[in-house]
Design a protein around this ligand. Structure first.
Ligand code: AN0
Ligand code: CP
Length: 327
C-alpha cells in the first residue's frame, strides 16, 4: 500500500477487517517487519488518540517513530506555490516535504480542512503535496476531507459488537459551538457504504454532505425516525458543506444532542463517537456513561487500524523483509 486516504486504498474491506482482527490477537507478532524503519508523523493540528495510537502501532511493528508538530516548534509552512513569502511563514512546504522525507520511510499527515476555501480543502491540497513530493508511502491521520484511520477503527468496532448480520447504523449530526470539518462523517459514510450494514444519515436541513461520500445513502431529516430500531448510533458534529454556507454553523439546536429520549427508540443501540466529544452538546453524560457506550473500545481500535495500514506500507517498501531477507 503506497497511500491511505480513503476506503478504496484498503482493497477488499472484509479482508482488511479480518487482518485487523488477527493483528489484534497478535499485535507483537510482526515486530521484525519495521526493524530499522522510521515512521514520521506530521501534525498541523492537535491530537490525542491519533498521535498515541499511531505511534503505538509503529512501535508494535518494531519501527522507530518521530513526531513533528508543525505549529509548535517547527517553522510555519507556506502551502501555496507562487506566493511572495514576505509574511509570517519562513519555509515552503515544497522544501519541507522532501527534507522530512529524507529522514523516514513512511509518513503520516494530519492536516484539517481550513473551512475557508472549499476547493483548497476538497482537492486535499496538503496531503496530496506530501504524496507527490515525498516519494514515500503517505497515510492520512485526518486530512481535509477524510479520516480513514478513524472510520476503519469504527468498522472494526461495529464488527466486534454487532448482534445481527446486517445491523442498522445511524450517523447523526449533533450540535457543537465551533465549526468542525466534514472529514469524520465523510469517511464514516465512505466505509459504511462499502460495509454490509443498513446505513442511515440524519441531520438538519442544510448539513448535506458531499455526494462522493454519501453515494445515495438514505438521508432522514427526522432524527427520531432515523433512530428507530438502530443497532449503532454514531454521533458527530460537522459544519455545512453546501454552498454558499461552506464551513458555517447553521444550527446549535440542542434537541439534536443524543440523549436517553432518542436512545429509547433504538434497538438498545450502542453509542459511538470518534472523540474528543463535548458532553451535553453532542451527547448527554447518561448516554456516554451507559453500558451501551463503546467509545473507549472504539478509540482503542485506532491502534489496530493504524497497525494494519502501516504493516501494509512496510510490506510494500520491503517486500522480502517478512522472510528476514530485507535490508
Ligand atoms: C476534529 C474534527 O471534528 O474533525 C477531530 C476529530 C477526530 N474535532 C475537533 O476539532 C473537536
Ligand atoms: N479521534 C481522533 O482522531 O482523535 P484525536 O483528534 O485526539 O487524534
Amino acid at each position: 500500500m503506497k497511500t491511505y486516504t480513503n476506503v478504496k486504498d484498503l482493497g477488499n474491506l472484509q479482508e482488511a477487517v479480518k487482518e485487523a482482527i488477527e493483528i489484534k490477537k497478535n499485535r507483537f507478532g510482526y515486530k521484525h517487519i519495521g526493524e530499522n524503519k522510521t515512521l514520521l508523523m506530521v501534525f498541523f493540528n492537535s491530537s490525542l488518540r491519533t498521535r498515541l495510537s499511531t505511534q503505538k502501532a509503529g512501535m508494535n511493528l518494531g519501527m522507530n517513530t518521530m513526531v513533528l508538530d508543525i505549529n509548535s516548534g517547527a517553522w510555519k509552512l507556506e502551502t501555496e506555490r507562487g506566493v511572495i513569502m514576505d509574511g509570517d511563514k519562513p519555509e515552503h512546504i515544497l522544501e519541507a516535504i522532501p527534507v522530512m522525507a529524507s529522514y523516514c520511510d513512511i509518513i503520516g499527515v494530519r492536516a484539517f480542512a481550513n473551512l475557508e476555501d472549499k476547493s483548497f480543502d476538497y482537492q486535499e491540497t496538503i496531503i496530496n503535496q506530501f504524496i507527490k513530493h515525498s516519494g514515500k508511502p503517505v497515510f492520512s491521520m485526518e486530512a481535509a476531507t477524510g479520516h480513514p484511520l478513524q472510520a476503519f477503527a469504527d468498522l472494526i468496532t461495529i464488527e466486534e459488537y454487532k448482534k445481527t448480520a446486517r445491523p442498522k447504523v445511524v450517523l447523526t449530526w449533533a450540535p457543537h459551538p465551533k465549526a468542525l470539518p466534514q472529514a469524520v462523517p465523510n469517511s464514516f459514510a465512505d466505509f459504511m457504504n462499502e460495509a454490509d450494514v443498513d446505513f442511515v444519515i440524519t441531520h438538519p436541513k442544510g448539513y448535506e454532505l458531499a455526494e462522493e461520500f454519501v453515494r445515495g445513502a438514505h438521508v432522514e431529516y427526522d432524527q427520531m425516525k432515523a433512530f428507530e430500531s438502530a443497532d449503532f448510533i454514531y454521533a458527530k458534529n460537522w459544519s455545512a458543506y453546501q454552498d454558499p454556507n461552506y464551513g458555517k454553523i447553521l444550527s446549535t439546536d440542542r434537541s439534536w444532542t443524543v440523549s436517553e429520549r432518542q436512545m429509547a427508540v433504538t434497538n438498545n443501540a450502542h453509542f459511538m463517537h470518534c472523540l474528543p466529544v463535548r458532553r451535553n452538546m453532542i451527547v448527554t453524560d447518561e448516554v456516554i456513561e451507559s453500558p451501551q457506550s463503546i467509545v473507549i473500545p472504539e478509540a482503542a481500535n485506532r491502534e489496530i487500524s493504524a497497525q494494519v495500514v502501516i504493516k501494509r506500507m512496510l510490506e510494500t517498501i520491503s517486500p522480502t523483509i517478512s522472510n528476514g531477507e530485507g535490508e
